[in-house]
Write a protein that binds this ligand. Structure first.
Ligand code: F6P
Length: 546
């Protein structure tokens, strides 16, 4: 047994869960008229209603004891002050420095990182302005019309999500994102493009990622088929990376490189040079508004007492459900079409950060860690999988997000959207009792055996927890705050679980094996020692591909 699961705060929560697990949210609301105001928080542009959670004041107080036991305030300071919180890679996780708008230095190993951050932001502004204003010309003197971001994981999901969420009314540039090594992704994109007016952004922190480099080489070959001369590459290829040598080796002049640093984790990198496609898409002013929104959330995280701290409360609620109710997943359900890609983004952020099986010191955990993140924008999910949320046997805590104002007002669409948003959270919480269902069926004229037969199917247990996050309108400032909220919430979980949220060794094994298998797929003589299934599949593929 680990010291965490034997600790006083943990044991007290386990005992408390035992006591309140049969208590229904309906009763909690009925007995406390102030529940909504008691369990509502504001941070920057965001409002969080967490009253529809299976908690009481005592739950919160016990969760806060757990946070104190894990020395959460000290750990928040360590993160924000540039301590090497990524213990397996001996690195800081200073993504907050990238959006530090305070004018204060951020020290790392005795040096202020802010001059470097500001230099790259200025470089991004100059470049994105020049491209957007048609001053940056392609090799035949025509302005750029299309930008292709080639990257994967954190070098793709963040920029793709932000630019999908914040479409500008009249963009001077069309943005495309190519991530998959499936050649179809690149081919389908290039089919639409003219090399004379296309700019490629090769986005890779390490500049060694197999998929990105292969896509980048194929894109360059496509470009050179038309442009013919290598000198022209300079007008059409830029790199976003921490790895100057590899960028050079690829053939991109370091003058066309936008630098960032090893203390920026891939899934935390959209605030860095990796955000160049965002700046190109929505303009540098809007990119800086995104940074500002995130900065305000960082300040809230740094300065608010734990009991009024939005990322802390959300992170603790996650722990409550994962570790004390056995929840294995969390749904993210934004009632804003612009946030459709937000789910995949948070999936990487949360699952790559906290999908861990050992503590920071390397001891196996005996408690659950990161949950599976999934979802889609409302109302679509209602007609697909909400059935399981309402009547299934798995507890799925959910985040419901909605703007109070639509960016695309159209008749009463937004009111219909909001009414669904509210109805779903209420239905999940209240459910429908047998008495209510019976009354309803009787009113509909049903009786006798037919009624008794249908009755159990019409009952809803309810008591299913959700958070509601409201904001005025989805704009850059709000989105920045929202992303930072989820980043810090993820960190809070990791502190309670004593795991490293900033490494990702789990992705390595598959990468290693793929290297060997790549040779075996094309060369029957290549040695390989696999299980019978993998060997059989390799042979089958080799034979049928031939
Ligand atoms: O393989 C996982 C990962 O390292 C992610 O953490 C990262 O976001 C992605 O690959 C892309 O890495 P890079 O930016 O170095 O190409």
């Amino acid at each position: 047994m680990s010291s965490l699961t034997q600790s006083p705060a943990w044991l007290a929560l386990a005992q408390h869960q035992h006591e309140i697990k049969t208590q229904h949210l309906r009763e909690l609301f009925a007995t406390d008229p102030d529940r909504f105001s008691r369990f509502t928080l504001h941070a920057g542009p965001l409002m969080l209603d967490y009253s529809k959670n299976r908690i009481t004041e005592q739950t919160l107080s016990l969760l806060l004891d757990l946070a104190a036991q894990a020395r959460l305030p000290e750990n928040i300071n360590r993160l924000l002050n540039g301590d090497k919180v990524n213990v397996t890679e001996h690195r800081a996780a200073l993504h907050t420095a990238l959006r530090n708008r305070s004018g204060q230095p951020v020290m790392l190993d005795g040096a202020d990182v802010m001059p470097g951050v500001r230099r790259v932001l200025q470089q991004m502004r100059e470049f994105s302005d020049a491209v957007r204003q048609g001053r940056w010309l392609g090799y035949t003197g025509r302005p750029i019309t299309d930008v292709v971001n080639i990257g994967i994981g954190g070098s793709d999901l963040g920029p793709a999500m932000v630019t999908a969420a914040l479409p500008a009314d009249c963009r001077p540039l069309a943005l495309h994102f190519v991530s998959n090594v499936d050649g179809a992704h690149l081919c389908q994109t290039l089919k639409l493009l003219d090399p004379e007016t296309t700019l490629f952004i090769i986005a890779s922190k390490t500049f060694t990622t197999q998929e990105t480099l292969l896509n980048a080489r194929s894109a360059r070959a496509w470009f050179l088929q038309r442009a013919e001369h290598h000198d022209h590459v300079a007008r059409h290829f830029v790199a976003l990376s921490t790895n100057r040598e590899e960028v050079l080796r690829f053939g991109i002049d370091p003058a066309q490189m936008f630098e960032f640093w090893d203390w920026v984790g891939g899934r935390y990198s959209l605030w860095s040079a990796i955000g160049l496609s965002i700046a190109l898409g929505i303009g540098m002013d809007a990119f800086e508004a995104l940074l500002q929104g995130a900065f305000e959330m960082d300040e809230h995280f740094r300065n608010s007492p734990l009991e009024r701290n939005m990322p802390v409360i959300l992170g603790l609620l996650d722990v409550w459900y994962i570790n004390f109710f056995g929840a294995q997943t969390r749904a993210i359900l934004p009632y804003d079409q612009g946030l459709n890609s937000f789910i995949s983004y948070i999936q990487q952020l949360s699952m790559e950060s906290n999908g861990k099986h050992v503590t920071r010191a390397g001891h196996a955990v005996d408690y659950a860690t990161g949950a599976i993140i999934w979802g889609s924008s409302g109302t679509n999910g209602q007609h697909a999988y909400y059935q399981l949320l309402h009547q299934g046997t798995t507890l799925v805590p959910a985040d419901f997000l909605a703007p109070m104002e639509s960016r695309a007002p159209l008749g009463n669409h937004h009111l219909v959207l909001l009414s669904n948003f509210l109805a779903q959270t209420e239905a999940l919480m209240r459910g429908k009792t047998e008495a209510e269902a019976r009354r309803e069926l009787e009113r509909a004229g049903m009786k006798g055996e037919a009624l008794e037969h249908l009755l159990p199917h019409k009952c809803f247990e309810g008591n299913r927890p959700s958070n509601a996050i409201l904001f005025q309108k989805l704009d850059a400032h709000t989105l920045g705050a929202l992303i930072a909220l989820y980043e810090h919430r993820t960190f809070v979980q990791s502190v309670i679980w004593d795991i490293n949220a900033f490494d990702q060794w789990g992705v390595e094994l598959g990468k290693q094996l793929a290297q060997g298998i790549l040779t075996e797929l094309s060369d029957a003589a290549a040695p390989g020692t696999h299980d019978a299934s993998t060997t059989g599949l390799i042979r089958h593929l080799r034979f049928h591909r031939n």
